[in-house]
Design a protein around this ligand. Structure first.
Ligand SMILES: C[S@@+](CC[C@H](N)C(=O)[O-])C[C@H]1O[C@@H](n2cnc3c(N)ncnc32)[C@H](O)[C@@H]1O
Length: 242
């Protein structure tokens, strides 16, 4: 494990590229972070949450300190995040003024950050090694998750998502990224329709929801980078019942 690897009681798994991200947080290279709730989240998940008649459980893999989690909480639902860095987890709670308690779970190699008076739990863990049982999950919002990991580890990442998905129940909203730019290879890495079908097609229904041009926003957030054209493609994925 290198010097910058996961602080605390657990080590990063073989598949993880967590060191890269911990360094990015340390150096404040977090152009991926949005200070406002994302358009796709507002348009496609929030309406479902606002019309739900019971409390839903929404999981955010590789959550960073995403403000989309706050929007789900404010809509009255239960939020679970999984994130490897201490800095983003603590920033999420402090920036949103949510008091929290920390529980160590050495057996499962994670630290559990629990909101004291808001239903939010963030597991600080290596996603590839995360094996806690979760309550039944209604929605997974994966933005900046599957596109962030090294492409050779996508199948393992998919398997981690799949473990959280109840067939016929959990709806995975996956924000994929598509661009053509010879000067840039990510992260975020290109995740196109063929990739999605290869990863999820064998046991899931896949619906392409919408695409949106992200070029202007991307270039504004990543100050040292200029990309010719980049799009976000939103998919809804549900595991089929046998
Ligand atoms: C591109 S950022 C996206 C963050 C968030 N989803 C958002 O939309 O702002 C990727 C996040 O995943 C975290 N991460 C990367 N690899 C991880 C791993 N193996 N386990 C847990 N977290 C990881 C990084 O620390 C970083 O916060």
């Amino acid at each position: 494990m290198s010097e910058s690897a996961v602080p605390g009681d657990f080590s990063a798994s073989e598949n993880s590229n967590l060191d890269y991200w911990l360094k990015a947080w340390k150096e404040n290279r977090i152009g991926f972070h949005r200070s406002d709730v994302s358009y796709l989240f507002k348009t496609y998940l929030i309406p479902k949450l606002l019309t739900a008649t019971e409390q839903k459980c929404v999981v955010f893999p590789l959550c960073g300190k995403s403000v989309d989690m706050m929007a789900a909480l404010d809509a009255g639902h239960r939020v679970i995040g999984i994130e490897g860095g201490v800095a983003p987890v603590e920033a999420f709670f402090s920036e949103n003024k949510i008091a929290y308690e920390i529980e160590k779970d050495a057996n499962n190699q994670c630290e559990i950050y629990k909101g004291v008076d808001r239903p939010v739990t963030i597991y600080r863990a290596d996603f590839f090694a995360f094996n806690k049982d979760l309550p039944p999950v209604d929605y997974i919002w994966d933005r900046g998750g599957l596109v962030a990991v090294t492409p050779t580890t996508r199948e393992q990442y998919r398997d981690c998502l799949r473990r959280m998905m109840t067939p016929g129940r959990t709806e995975l909203f996956l924000v994929a990224i598509v661009y053509e730019d010879p000067t840039f290879s990510g992260p975020p890495h290109v995740l196109n329709n063929d990739h999605i079908n290869e990863l999820f097609g064998s046991d899931s229904s896949i619906e392409f929801v919408i695409k949106q041009d992200e070029t202007k926003e991307f270039n504004a957030r990543f100050i040292n980078r200029s990309i010719q054209h980049i799009e976000e493609h939103l998919y809804s994925i549900i595991r089929k019942q046998n």
